[in-house]
Design a protein around this ligand. Structure first.
Ligand code: NDP
Length: 314
């Protein structure tokens, strides 16, 4: 064990649906899990409003409220929840080391990584101001609120194409704001978008400003070839310019794909290092849903419990 450190059998890094579900299972199994929440306790759901697709809530639930339920349930069984950001790791093993906020050293026999991913944003003021009031980074989560309305989506990758197609089924009209003269999305996804009559592609276009007082009322776009500006009335503005998994500190230790998503042994939460498990969006670029994250958090807790038992550590 390292000097001046606190040792825990199981450490959970991250406090979204994956982290808390792992905590609930691990705590009930008697593993006394210790969680460090990261900079955004509760994760991505805490920046959404109503969540209507999390099973068990027939009337829907507010994202922050749902995460409070997760936390209470994890604490009820003895999870120790601490605020703090994991800033460095050393997985030389067999005892794993994690530094919190660059100073506090923790050691653990097993670690569940549930650090999530963060949506990329355009970085304009109106996007932040109207976030949750017509601005969203998740069409699957929020598209329903714009049923029959006119919306815009920015991005030209597979996610944007997929979300534009999803929105087109719900909304009257979808404007797709593409910054270059072409898509990045795969041919098949492009074809799908181009063949959908209620999607209009605005090529060479940048978002100048999202307009609206309390909620989104329009978007002002700028043609980056001609400089011409134009206002388009919309009620929903979706950002789909990619996600970034929060896995930078694991580079060089854990296997990840070229975009930073942790790779796990298929059908499990096992990473390439014994005793380190991954769950939720940090290891999932495909589904990225609260319920899938929660499911994989459960898997990670069961994998960790069995791994600890097999090593005689539990
Ligand atoms: P990508 O990184 O592939 O695409 C991001 C898109 O956003 C690009 O078109 C990019 O434009 C645009 N963009 C980035 N920044 C800005 C900005 N500031 N303003 C305007 N536009 C911007 O991310 P995705 O989330 O689409 O995909 C991530 C990965 O997941 C990819 O490998 C993708 O193939 C995969 N994926 C696969 C799916 C499937 O197979 N069903 C579904 C969803 C994702 P530009 O092109 O000009 O760089």
């Amino acid at each position: 064990m390292a000097e001046n450190s606190t040792h825990h059998p199981l450490l959970i890094i991250g406090s979204g649906p994956a982290g808390y579900t792992a905590a609930i299972y691990a705590a009930r199994a008697g593993l006394n899990p210790v969680m460090y929440t990261g900079m955004q306790p509760g994760g991505q759901l805490t920046i959404t409003t109503e969540v209507e697709n999390y099973p068990g809530f027939p009337e829907g639930v507010q994202g922050p409220e749902l995460m409070t339920f997760f936390q209470k349930q994890a604490e009820r069984f003895g999870t120790q929840v601490n605020f703090g950001l994991a800033t460095k790791v050393d997985f030389t093993g067999p005892i794993h080391k994690v530094w919190i906020d660059e100073e506090k050293l923790l050691t653990a026999d097993a670690i569940i990584i549930a650090t999530g991913a963060s949506a990329k944003w355009l970085g304009i003021e109106s996007e932040q101001r109207l976030n949750g009031f017509g601005v969203s980074a998740c069409a699957v989560c929020d598209g329903f609120f714009f049923k029959g309305q006119t919306v815009a989506i920015v991005g030209a990758g597979d996610t944007a194409a997929e979300e534009a197609s999803y929105l087109a089924k719900l909304c009257q009209k979808v404007y797709m704001i593409v910054r270059r003269g072409e898509f990045r999305a795969s041919k098949a996804m492009q074809e799908r978008v181009l063949n959908t009559p209620n999607i209009e592609i605005l090529y060479n276009s940048e978002t100048d400003e999202i307009l609206g007082g309390k909620t989104v009322e329009a978007v002002r776009i700028k043609n980056n070839k001609t400089g011409e500006k134009r206002e388009i009335p919309i009620t929903g503005f979706f950002v789909a310019i990619g996600h970034k998994p929060n896995t930078d500190i694991f580079k060089g230790w854990l296997n990840m794909d070229e975009t930073g998503y942790l790779t796990v042994k298929p059908g499990t939460s096992y990473t390439n290092i014994g005793g380190i498990f991954a769950a939720g969006d940090c290891a999932d670029k495909n589904y990225r849903q609260a319920v899938t994250a929660a499911g994989s958090g459960c898997m990670a807790a069961l994998d960790a419990e069995r791994w600890l038992a097999a090593k005689g550590l539990h």
